[in-house]
Design a protein around this ligand. Structure first.
Ligand code: B12
Ligand code: SF4
Length: 473
């Protein structure tokens, strides 16, 4: 039924940081930029918007309270694999209160049926801004929302998929994220306590044109759009002036895909005299040494690089599109510039043998990145990797899609081998740190003992007699 006034939209982030062991370890507290952007857009389009962010809460009680107080036309939940169970709880709260609930975000876009089964009235797949407002207006007018573009819902027990909604043509037309919907002081205060910096996340683009076999890109796929450098600078300025932000995490899938774009951004930053440090995720093929030099001067403090493997064969099997020579050039240039490097490494991708893992360890040893994460390959639904191994899944679904701490499909070797290999990287990192401090000969000897133990004891014990499978995708 139409309820007068404006459509009311309640956005919910179901993520509870206290339940995430990874978060406790690695301190990455940033709000969902998707929700902030949705909130800003819906408000600009005439909706009354509130947000409940569970990040620092104990349970879902604040959602129930907000539903009672605000009586939303639509309650929208941001979904990730990690939070699927809590999203279901929130759908139940909405249902009990007679409120129309919508799921959106990467997980529900990949498996909408699961969310409909869990009690959501509708799933928004793909870019959410236009669809959320369309659905809120329809509900406000008392109209049916199932079947509208960009949605999946059910009618009479049958699943109904609306047409795909086209992407927004122009990212610059989006309003600045609605930071005021959040407890910004809490986020910034947490960072300040831990690092001394007031850190916030910013996006300059949507999508990624590359095509790595294991990468899930349910929302934007390979469609790649950028904001103008001028718009990015306006956002940085607003964060600095309104909230005292002095450190930015650029959250783009890949930062600085276009060289002319990044040159314009750097020119603009110089002129704006903003003095903000930043970090980003980038590809080794794009980070040319001369660019790194300019980025360093502009405030680049840390780069996340998807090195993934020290074996060219594996990089090719993953369809990474990168060369080992590029990894080496970039790692050396980052070191020379004094920029911290965080390497992502992956073990257990189909086709990988013990020799390939050794090659990765050798590369790691050679460059000793300041930080790293070495995960066991996670077959995420919707990827070519998943399709290649879906007959060999081990039956315990990932609690977190980016966990990477257990083996989720029957790979070439048993899980224990990969866990042991992860421990070897840990040891190697410790030796790398010890190199500058302890007697070099002692460190080398320790490394040698560990290698011998690996060859003579651990590998025969853990690999057993199972022959490695060489089957790739
Ligand atoms: C930035 C980022 C982070 C940041 C900030 C996270 C946060 N608070 O959301 C940090 C580094 C902290 C992070 C952590 C994690 N992340 Co992360 N992250 C990203 C990244 C690179 C960008 C997210 C983003 O801002 N996108 C841009 C916005 C505009 O898009 P969006 O969020 O998808 O929202 C749009 C639509 O999906 C839709 N939408 C979204 N929500 C809703 C809700 C409603 C109601 C509606 C209608 C529409 C809608 O509309 C939005 C606007 O168009 C994505 C990859 C990606 N490209 O999306 C991974 C990604 C979201 N992360 C992922 C994962 C797994 C994690 C972790 C679980 C990792 C871990 N710890 O193990 C944690 C979870 C922490 C958390 N707080 O939830 C996965 C999620 C996969 C999945 N199926 O769950 C992704 C997709 C990466 C991947 N390919 O594996 N992450
Ligand atoms: S892994 Fe990174 S570079 Fe590769 S397709 Fe995904 S987002 Fe793009």
């Amino acid at each position: 039924m139409p309820d007068g006034g404006r459509p009311r939209v309640l956005l919910v982030d179901p993520y509870l940081a206290r339940e995430d062991p990874m978060e406790r370890k690695s301190v990455e507290l940033y709000p969902s930029l998707g929700l902030l952007q949705l909130g800003a857009y819906a408000r600009a389009e005439g909706c009354d918007v509130r947000m409940v962010d569970l990040t620092f809460e104990r349970d879902t009680a604040p959602v129930a309270a907000a539903v009672r107080a605000f009586r939303p036309t639509v309650l929208g939940v941001h979904t990730k694999t990690l939070t699927v169970a809590r999203s279901g709880e929130i759908a139940a709260i909405a249902r009990t209160a007679g409120v129309f609930s919508v799921a959106g975000g990467p997980d529900s876009a990949t498996r909408p049926e699961l969310y409909l089964d869990a009690g959501f009235d509708l799933v928004v797949t793909g870019e959410g801004e236009g669809t959320l407002v369309d659905v809120a207006r329809a509900r406000h007018r008392g109209e049916e929302a199932v079947g509208r573009p960009g949605t999946v819902g059910r009618r009479g027990g049958r699943t109904v998929r609306g047409h795909a909604r086209p992407f927004l043509p122009e990212l610059d037309s989006l309003p600045l994220p609605a930071w005021d919907l959040l407890d910004m002081d809490r986020y910034l205060g947490e960072w300040e306590k831990r690092t001394g910096e007031r850190r916030m996340a910013v996006l300059t683009s949507r999508g990624c044109p590359f095509d790595c076999s294991w990468c899930s890109k349910p929302t934007f796929g390979r469609n790649f759009r950028q904001q103008s450098p001028e718009r990015v600078i306006a956002e940085l300025r607003a964060l600095k002036e309104r909230y005292g932000v002095d450190y930015i995490r650029f959250c783009d899938d890949v930062f600085g895909i276009s060289r002319p774009w990044i040159e314009r951004l750097l020119d603009g930053l110089e002129r704006a005299d903003l003095r903000i440090q930043f970090e980003c995720l980038a590809r080794v093929d794009l980070l040319k040494p001369d660019l790194l030099h300019r980025l360093r001067a502009a405030g680049l403090a840390r780069v996340y690089v998807g090195v993934e493997s020290g074996s060219q064969k594996m990089l090719d099997l993953m369809n990474r599109g990168t060369r080992l020579a590029q990894v080496e050039r970039t790692a050396a240039a980052l070191r020379a510039e004094g920029i911290r490097q965080f390497w992502f490494l992956m073990l257990g991708y189909p086709g990988e043998t013990l020799e390939d893992i050794e090659a990765t360890l050798r590369l790691f040893r050679r460059f000793s990145p300041e930080e790293y994460s070495v995960s066991i390959a996670v077959p995420v639904p919707g990827t070519r990797f998943y399709d290649a191994v879906k007959e060999r899944l081990l039956g315990h679904p990932p609690k977190r899609s980016a966990g990477g701490t257990s083996l989720l499909y029957e790979a070439a070797y048993p899980e224990a081998l990969y866990r042991w290999e992860q421990a070897r990287f840990g040891l190697e990192a410790a030796l790398g740190k010890a190199r500058g401090r302890l007697d070099a000969e002692v460190v080398e000897r320790l490394g040698h003992v560990a290698d011998r133990f690996h060859e003579r004891v651990a590998t025969p014990l853990l690999v057993g007699r199972r022959p490695p499978r060489a089957k790739a995708e």
